[in-house]
Design a protein around this ligand. Structure first.
Ligand code: MG
Length: 277
């Protein structure tokens, strides 16, 4: 039963990836599906989450809260600066060519059609600070409005970026959702054209002897507000699919998604939590 189920799901994943970028998964296609080795002991991938089917629009939307004013978060002394306002030297495209996203005014911006941006270095357990801005004036609606994403594990685990200010979508796909799995606890989105921040702590999954020992977890502060507290993922995030865990390398690039929208980023730094004294 499980074998059959996993096979169907992998077929479904392939179909979703081939279909392209309906929502939050374009970065995943760059690497996640290429070396799929399903892990038999992973959580049941097609289960409801908190009683809700994936992408349910009946699921209650997180309460909207005002996060208060923006607070600057300069990199601490031991952080690796991934973007200092001038250079994308720490990044490259998915095919390892030079970064093609646009740098201007102390920020960088998705150039639609260029594809996923990824760090040159790989990271396991890590704390990431990243600031982002939705296009202003806003264009489109629902998932087609300021969509991007921050991925850990080489494209497998997405914290969604979306314009969720006075703009509805399915809760597990809104800003700060763990895409397709967990909505944020509250919606603290700022207006398009205002800087927002994510402070994300990623714990990579652990594998041993081809089995999952512990799942990936994500803790996320959106604009300084806790929206996920060491939330365990049921598997890689995906659009219209529940994907089982697959064994992967410990240290993999952090990726940003080209979802055809000119989302901007600045002040990106990471603390490598597996290299702490
Ligand atoms: Mg996305």
């Amino acid at each position: 039963m499980m074998v059959r189920s996993n096979r169907v799901l992998l077929v479904s994943l392939s179909a979703a990836l081939i279909a392209g970028c309906a929502a939050g998964d374009s970065a995943a296609k760059d690497s996640a599906a290429s070396t799929a080795t399903p892990v038999a002991a992973s959580p049941v991938p097609d289960s409801l989450i908190d009683g809700w089917a994936q992408h349910s629009r009946e699921r209650p939307a997180p309460v909207v809260q005002d996060p208060g004013p923006f607070v600057a978060s300069p990199p601490p002394a031991d952080a690796v600066v991934l973007f200092d306002g001038t250079s994308l030297d720490a990044w490259m495209m998915a095919d390892s060519s030079a970064a093609k996203w646009r740098v201007a005014d102390g920020a960088f911006e998705v150039v639609p059609g260029t594809g996923t941006l990824k760090t040159r270095a790989g990271y396991g357990d890590a704390q990431l600070h990243i600031e982002w801005m939705s296009p202003n004036p806003p264009v489109g609606e629902d998932q087609d409005r300021g969509n991007s994403g921050v991925f850990f594990g080489g494209g497998r685990y997405e914290v969604q970026i979306l314009d969720s200010y006075n703009s509805a979508t399915y809760p597990d796909g809104q800003a700060a959702a763990l895409y397709g799995q967990y909505p944020p606890k509250v919606n603290v989105s700022r207006k398009p054209g205002e800087w927002q921040s994510y402070d994300i702590t990623y714990t990579r999954p652990r594998f041993a002897d081809g089995k999952l020992v512990s799942p990936a977890t994500l803790t996320v502060l959106h604009n300084g507000v806790l929206v996920h507290d060491k939330q365990a993922l049921v598997g890689p995030t995906a659009n219209r699919a529940r994907v089982p865990y697959e064994v992967h390398e410990d240290r993999l690039p952090i990726q940003l998604q080209d979802h055809s929208h000119p989302v901007r980023f600045r002040n990106v730094w990471v603390k490598d939590l597996e290299k702490q004294p």
